[in-house]
Design a protein. Structure first.
Length: 238
């Protein structure tokens, strides 16, 4: 948190808020977050505690719908990504979505595929990664090499169209967000960022793989049948 606040406050002519969403945890996350908010009382830090666990996708959706910024960064709390890389995403969004138009920039670890960070991951996690890439090509987002990196920047115009239409609460929700952006013809650009593996993941690879396949089939079927649709929001005109 200290490095995040230090970086954000160093950016001139930019204000920020930090919204921490506790997905109904029982490990004292909210208490820790409130203590941090008190410690950095000069910064705009808000803590949202959900009454029950609704899944990562549901927690992110909640946070995005209640955020107030012109640009909304989705970031995991484990510091696997560097907050300094926000500037790379920011400049790219300036290019693809000028004048606060709709746009999404995806932080990507695809350039690290042959790096030590990825090579040292467990065999099952790497199998899952390559299997996911194959399925993503089938469902329609194969143009994005790393859909699952938890570091994505949305313009407000993009977020207000994408997140109200999101249905999946599970960890594969990122794919649905990208499918919705594609459906809405919102430009999406992938940029490389620095990343490192953080120990302590509670993800069960086999269970997650089956859940992933199920959820991707559900998303694809509902989009093909027209049951899940995003409604484009026309930009305001003066």
């Amino acid at each position: 948190m200290a490095s995040t606040i230090k970086h954000l406050t160093s950016q001139k002519n930019r204000t920020f808020e930090i919204l921490i969403v506790d997905d109904g945890s029982t490990d004292g996350t909210s208490d820790t977050a409130l203590k941090l908010a008190a410690k950095y009382s000069g910064s705009n830090i808000r803590v949202v505690t959900l009454e029950k666990n609704i899944g990562k996708g549901g927690a992110v959706r909640h946070g995005m719908l209640y955020s107030s910024g012109d640009r909304l960064l989705m970031a995991d709390a484990d510091d696997a990504s560097r907050i300094e890389d926000l500037e790379v995403l920011w400049k790219t969004l300036d290019t693809i979505a000028p004048s606060n138009r709709a746009g999404v920039v995806v932080g990507s670890r695809a350039h690290l595929v042959q790096s030590e960070a990825v090579v040292k991951r467990s065999f099952l996690r790497n199998v899952l990664m390559y299997g996911l890439h194959t399925i993503l090509r089938i469902v329609g987002v194969g143009h994005i090499r790393d859909t699952q990196c938890g570091f994505k920047l949305f313009s407000r115009a993009a977020a207000r169209q994408i997140f109200p239409a999101q249905h999946l609460p599970t960890w594969i929700f990122d794919v649905e967000l990208l499918l919705l952006a594609k459906q809405l013809r919102i430009p999406v650009v992938e940029v490389p960022i620095e990343w490192h593996e953080v120990a302590g993941s509670k993800l069960n690879v086999m269970t997650a793989s089956l859940q992933m396949l199920r959820d991707l089939l559900i998303v694809r079927a509902n989009h093909l049948l027209g049951r899940w649709k995003a409604i484009p929001v026309k930009p305001k005109t003066d």
